[in-house]
Design a protein around this ligand. Structure first.
Ligand code: NAP
Ligand code: SF4
Length: 675
């Protein structure tokens, strides 16, 4: 008897059956653009082997003008079709099913050739689109239909027509971007025509026994977005036009409301999909922040949808479904929704991967083969770098002992998980604990070790992490000065007026912790929706609350400071930095750059600005929190080197600058692959 009866039950689509209710949602990984088709095939085949019911590829352009960026992959030539065959064949050999997403970016296409319903530039692109004429619209629709036919020729089991997230089809649907006065604009019936025609022509070209998913924007989260009556009307028309399944899209890319970040509550938008249930006769998929089999099962059991879409969780663990099926859910590597190695990579032109699973998209390169000669390995430091090394080395058959002076594993993750909005880090630490047990790693916690304790080990890995940098501010010994570690660990408390010195990732985390009080909105959906101004699209167009964001009052008055004379938060994640900045602005945090720290005394923090120390000011704070970055903790590494004992130094102990869990886990796993 499975714990996930809904999730693991098959879905009969008439002409074909999906073996369970899990869809791997579309993600742009950048793999197709490498044209290393073996690598692309392995990425998808690994997930097919992991048991997922149906996968959707990253968006494929139907034509050059619709590509997300110049050179975006698509099925343009017979050679492209043959290359995609390599992928679909490998997936089918692994007993999987795969659909190709057809993504026409419209005005989001990053290039001067972009086209749309009207010539209105998107706020997130520098390129104004050309308004399409009648022939131009017909061409786009024919290209979408041709892409569907070519997908079938390439062996795909279906296509997903991308109609949400503010892309081309979505741009026709709403008056926010469609100001046309011809038969493709004006009334909703006219604005829907592109969506309906795209599905109808795709069906006509690809045949009946072919999956067509239509991704429908259920809550646009932009001004003048769709009403829910319009969503239902469109869903019914799309069904009539030949769609097999309706998938859920949440929010346009230009929306200023987070929809998938860590701080978004789990299953935050399943209620929106649920509103559509019963209005159409075809299966409906829900999406966004569903990252465990428990949550997925609950969503299905509550009737929110017929199927769930998990995208990033399939990067974190290709075997999500197989582990759920085998009763090994705690071994599923959790997606913590950080975006650090997936979306942030995509938007920096890098291949996607995953913070918790560096093998994602690197399946052919980073392999953990059984060790030829099992070794006795010591890992000192139970933070993300050390734990990743230990688990991967043990999986390879080595005998591994982990030492840490702390009584718990997790290192800096134990601080991160105290931050409101970062509750997912609890799951990551729990997963490390599970994996340490299941791989048979020996733990020696609560004891500091020295070079002498390393005798008898074949390999020594030093992952001793970081220690806070001393900013050497006059008066920092004052009782009102505390470290971020003491604050987050609950060893120190802050007063009502607080200055935070340093505005890196930790400074921002500390500021968010300080302004927050009580229950985290990330674990309280109604509070979170209120905080960001999300309303029911059945009541307000696009799901935007007319009163806007209504954050709870800040618990403290906070100043967040840095010495660099630039906007704060520039070094934060590309796709999440804006969320942290907006969250702090909403709470009234004062952010200051170009600051000199003069001294700290009973009056507060004395600062001035610029190279010549202008505008001296006293911030009347009763607490100063130091978040001035890190330096490597190299005590053990230095000891070992002095004694001539070879060791591997990784993570923060190796390089503290710009250290994050992504680099630590990647470095640890890669080292383990070579031991
Ligand atoms: P960080 O990002 O390097 O930031 C250090 C901050 O301290 C900067 O604002 C820096 O700005 C300031 N600083 C540096 N030297 C100073 C000095 N001598 N005196 C006063 N201020 C000084 O380090 P972090 O905030 O400690 O974060 C560590 C790592 O954790 C980061 O690499 C980050 O990626 C990661 N992290 C990430 C997240 C995330 O949300 N993705 C969250 C937490 C942590 P000025 O030099 O301009 O003053
Ligand atoms: Fe999830 Fe972060 Fe991995 Fe992306 S990088 S898949 S958000 S854990």
């Amino acid at each position: 008897m499975t714990a996930y009866p809904h999730l693991l039950s098959p879905l009969d689509l008439g002409f074909t059956t999906l073996k369970n209710r899990v869809l791997m949602g579309s993600m742009h990984t950048g793999l197709e653009e490498t044209r290393d088709w073996n690598r692309v095939a392995e990425f998808y085949a690994e997930r097919a082997r992991g048991g997922v019911g149906l996968m959707v590829t990253g968006g494929m352009a139907p034509n050059r003008e619709g590509g997300v960026f110049p050179g975006a992959a698509g099925l343009f030539t017979p050679e492209d079709i043959a290359n995609h065959r390599i992928v679909t064949d490998r997936v089918h050999q692994a007993d999987g099913k795969i659909a190709m997403q057809i993504l026409h970016a419209g005005r989001y296409a990053y290039g001067p050739e972009c086209v749309s319903a009207s010539a209105i530039k998107s706020p997130i692109s520098p390129f104004p689109p050309k308004e399409l004429d009648e022939a131009g619209i017909q061409k786009q629709l024919d290209d979408i239909a041709t892409a569907a036919a070519r997908a079938r020729e390439a062996g795909y089991d279906g296509v997903e027509v991308m109609g949400s997230e503010g892309y081309f089809i979505n741009q026709f649907l709403v008056t926010h971007t469609n100001k046309r006065t011809d038969a493709w604009g004006g009334s909703y019936e006219n604005r829907m025509r592109v969506a309906i025609e795209a599905v109808r022509r795709a069906r006509q070209m690809a045949g009946d026994d072919f999956i067509i998913i239509y991704r429908l924007s259920m809550i646009d989260l932009v001004p003048n977005g769709s009403t829910f009556e319009e969503v239902v009307q469109l869903a019914r028309e799309v069904e009539k036009a030949g769609a097999t399944i309706i998938n859920t899209g949440i929010g346009w890319h230009e929306a200023r409301i987070p929809t998938i970040a860590t701080s978004v509550p789990r299953r935050a938008f399943a209620w929106v999909t649920k509103k559509l249930m019963g209005h159409v006769g075809i299966p409906v998929i829900t999406s966004n922040r569903i990252n465990t089999p428990e949550v997925a099962e609950q969503v299905l059991a509550e009737g929110c949808a017929d199927m769930v879409s998990l995208a990033r969780p399939m990067l974190a663990d290709a075997h999500f479904v197989a582990k759920a099926q085998a009763g090994k859910a705690p071994e599923i590597a959790p997606c913590i929704a950080c975006n650090q190695a997936c979306l942030d990579h995509t938007f920096s032109g890098k291949i996607s991967s995953c913070l918790v699973n560096p093998r994602a998209c690197f399946e052919t390169e980073l392999q953990l083969h059984p060790a030829q000669t099992p070794k006795n390995i010591a890992v000192v430091g139970a933070g993300p770098a050390g734990l990743s090394t230990a688990i991967a080395a043990a999986q390879r058959g080595h005998k591994v002992t982990v030492f840490d002076k702390d009584a718990h594993v997790g290192g800096q993750l134990n601080l991160a998980r105290q931050v409101p909005g970062k509750e997912e880090f609890h799951g990551l630490v729990a997963w490390f604990e599970t994996m340490l047990t299941s791989t048979g790693v020996t733990l020696r916690l609560g004891q500091a070790v020295g070079a002498e304790d390393m005798a008898g080990f074949d390999e020594v890995v030093v992952a001793t992490g970081v220690q806070p940098r001393d900013p050497q501010i006059p008066g920092q010994a004052h009782a009102k000065v505390i470290s971020y570690a003491d604050l987050l660990a609950g060893r120190a408390t802050a007063g009502q007026k607080v200055a935070v010195i340093g505005a890196g990732g930790i400074g921002f985390d500390v500021a968010e912790t300080l302004v927050h009080e009580g229950h985290s909105p990330s674990e309280d959906l109604p509070a979170w929706l209120r905080e960001w101004g999300v309303s029911d699209p059945g009541t307000h167009r696009g799901g935007l609350a007319p009163e806007g964001p209504q954050p709870a009052p800040a618990a403290r008055q906070v100043w967040l400071l840095q010495r660099k004379a630039q906007a704060l938060g520039k070094g934060l994640g590309k796709t999440t930095g804006w969320i942290h900045r907006s969250a702090l602005k909403m709470k009234g945090v004062t952010m200051m750059g170009g600051v000199n720290y003069e001294k700290i005394d009973d009056e507060g923090l004395h600062i001035s600005f610029g190279p010549s120390g202008e505008n001296p000011t006293i911030l009347p704070v009763d607490t100063v929190v130091l978040c001035a970055g890190q330096i490597s903790e190299r005590g053990l590494a230095d000891q070992l080197q002095a004694k001539g004992v070879a060791c591997h130094v990784i993570g923060g102990a190796d390089l503290a600058a710009e250290l994050d869990a992504k680099r630590a886990i990647d470095q640890g796993t890669r080292l383990a692959a070579t031991l």
